[in-house]
Design a binder for this molecule. Structure first.
Ligand code: N01
Length: 557
């Protein structure tokens, strides 16, 4: 083999996009439409991102399917029909596969390839990108469409390697599935994934032991097939609904709340809460009154409503008490939506172990032991323990910006960014729905479309104005971080030990990462910055005679 074969020339492109989920697929489609030469690299063997990996039984969206889907193509909207109110993982994955085929995206996606390093080269103003398969790419722009909940976490519990049983993580569920019939299954974690998977595991397993550290606020999904009339209306009103979503704070066409919870009487409040409970609509419940996310006393009214529900559902008072969340406001940790939860604890073969009171000590060969010395025999353990959220996918690879600075080092004090789409010192790199943007506090598909449209407009501007590099200025970044922090501090969000804050990862800096002032407000800021010629960014022109992007010589499709 020649030296050249061992180090084949890098694939030279205008743009490399990392990730083929909702964000990456749409980004490829938009940039290709503008004539850019783009490739996606994707670690999975298929497209779908989050919906490719999270195949655990019960995985389902809790935003209505007709809203949790792309709005950019009226034709796509017209031809796709959702079967249920909240779509399950297989249906969402089929949808994304359909999108990849319909827009002929697959020919520009390299599957089964994981990004390992990306280095900005000051001289060329381009990114040098390396992967675990040895392939290299050389691109003017790097777009991280890696998702906020993609870097899954298994906590460091002593003895895990001693455990002889099966080990599963909800976000790494085997593609071929796993039959847990007749087995004793343990589940660690009662966030959104735990709440969804536990009743499904109980339907198969001989015995389920749930290890709960913090009880969650959970609503019933009350999922059901969509009626013919609902499907017809979803199509007929699509344009109106989508516009309303884009102009809303959460990316869903909810009516803006008129009143504060403390302004109305108990009966009215209760009726409001009951209607959202019956609808399985956690976000709508959180937004039902103007003060629920701002005033602890107001929040207690909804928290108490949800606590009372547990007592009416769970037969054993001791179990009901252990399942009741206390000490943080409703909404400060993401509200869960599930089916048959917490009713599943009425089943004799489902046990709850309160590891808040009696912490996990270690795994043994045959199960899990808590600090009191109690042994829990298990044949399989399911980690529903979540993610190194928002930053994990970005800091786990070697991304080096100007002067060789590693992103992971820069962000060791918190994810400093400008608009949640860029970070100073990393020119020509964009993050889709990164920390500092509304992202996870919104219907994320709407946020993704907004970011991808903004990035596409930006890259087109740079090409048309012969700009070689764009970089957030240190001053605009500092100002944005201040605004994001100040806005969060006015809410109750920072009062929960949530992954929004990085509190679930030992050693992670505690910074409230999402932008809380709403998607509508945020989109306006982004648009104004673009209209002012990317105010807050430093733009460097291409030297005379320097090679242009391939795109500049192409006609947009
Ligand atoms: O993860 P989580 P997730 N010992 O971080 C516990 C989206 N999503 O995968 O709260 C014992 O929420 C941890 O306990 P504590 C959604 O945005 C959406 O469930 O840290 N327990 C917690 O109970 C969601 O918010 C859907 O005390 C440990 C759990 O593990 C996000 O993904 C479905 C532990 C982790 O909960 C993440 O949800 C699924 C330890 N050492 C996911 N370490 C929808 O329905 C962690 N835990 C749309």
């Amino acid at each position: 083999m020649s030296h050249q074969d061992q180090h084949p020339a890098p694939n030279k492109l205008d743009v490399v996009v990392v990730g083929a989920g909702f964000a990456g697929l749409y980004q490829l489609h938009r940039l290709r439409g503008q004539g850019f030469d783009v490739r996606i690299i994707e670690a999975g063997d298929g497209v779908g991102g989050t919906w490719y990996w999270n195949r655990y039984p019960g995985a389902r969206c809790d935003v209505r399917s007709v809203d949790y889907s792309y709005s950019f193509s009226p034709e796509l909207e017209a031809e796709w029909e959702w079967s249920e109110k909240y779509a399950a993982q297989p249906e969402i994955l089929r949808y994304l596969e359909h999108v990849a085929d319909r827009f002929d995206l697959r020919r520009d996606i390299d599957l089964g390839i994981r990004l390992t390093a990306a280095t900005f080269d000051e001289t060329s103003g381009r990114w040098m990108i390396e992967t675990d398969q040895g392939g290299r790419y050389d691109a003017q722009f790097l777009i991280m469409a890696t998702g906020n909940l993609s870097s899954s976490r298994i906590p460091d519990i002593p003895g895990l390697d001693d455990f002889h049983g099966a080990r599963l993580h909800t976000a790494q569920w085997p593609k071929e599935g796993i039959d847990l019939t007749g087995r004793r299954v343990g589940v660690i974690g009662t966030g959104s994934s735990g709440v969804q998977v536990i009743p499904e595991l109980a339907a198969q397993a001989d015995h389920v032991t749930v290890f709960q550290r913090t009880p969650a606020f959970a609503l019933p999904a009350n999922n059901r097939p969509l009626t013919g009339e609902e499907k017809r209306q979803a199509h007929e009103r699509a344009e109106w609904r989508r516009n309303a979503a884009r102009n809303s704070s959460f990316g869903i066409d909810l009516p803006a709340p008129q009143y504060k919870a403390l302004e109305v009487d108990d009966a009215e409040r209760r009726a409001t809460y009951e209607s959202y409970w019956d609808d399985g609509a956690a976000t709508a419940l959180m937004l039902s009154y103007r003060d629920l996310l701002y005033d602890r006393e107001a929040n207690e009214t909804v928290a108490e409503f949800l606590r009372d529900k547990i007592k009416t559902i769970v037969d054993d008072p001791e179990t009901a008490r252990a399942l009741t969340p206390h000490g943080f406001p409703f909404g400060a940790k993401r509200a869960c939506v599930g089916t048959n939860y917490p009713a599943i604890y009425n089943e004799p073969h489902v046990d709850l172990v309160d590891v808040g009171a009696d912490p996990i000590d270690r795994f043994t060969a045959t199960g899990l032991r808590t600090e009191s010395g109690t042994e829990h025999p298990l044949d399989a353990i399911v980690f529903a323990t979540g993610f190194d959220a928002m930053t994990g996918a970005l800091t786990s690879v070697d991304i080096r910006g100007r002067e060789g600075v590693l992103l992971r080092d820069k962000w060791s004090v918190g994810p400093h960014n400008f608009l949640g789409v860029s970070t100073s010192g990393f020119p020509n790199m964009f993050i889709v729905t990164g920390p500092g943007s509304p992202s996870v506090l919104s219907n994320v598909v709407v946020s993704i479309e907004q970011h991808v449209d903004w990035i596409t407009r930006c890259l087109t501007f740079l090409r048309d104005h012969r700009i070689a590099t764009i970089d957030a200025s240190a001053g605009s970044e500092a100002d944005w971080v201040r605004q994001v922090n100040e806005a969060a501090a006015r809410t109750l969000y920072p009062e929960g030990n949530s992954w929004y804050l990085g509190a679930n990862v030992p050693g992670k800096p505690r910074v409230f990462m999402p932008y809380v002032r709403g998607l509508n407000h945020y989109s306006r800021i982004c648009d104004e910055i673009a209209e002012r010629g990317y105010d807050g960014f430093v733009l460097a022109p291409r030297p005379e005679g320097a090679a242009s992007t391939k795109a500049s010589s192409k006609k947009p499709a």
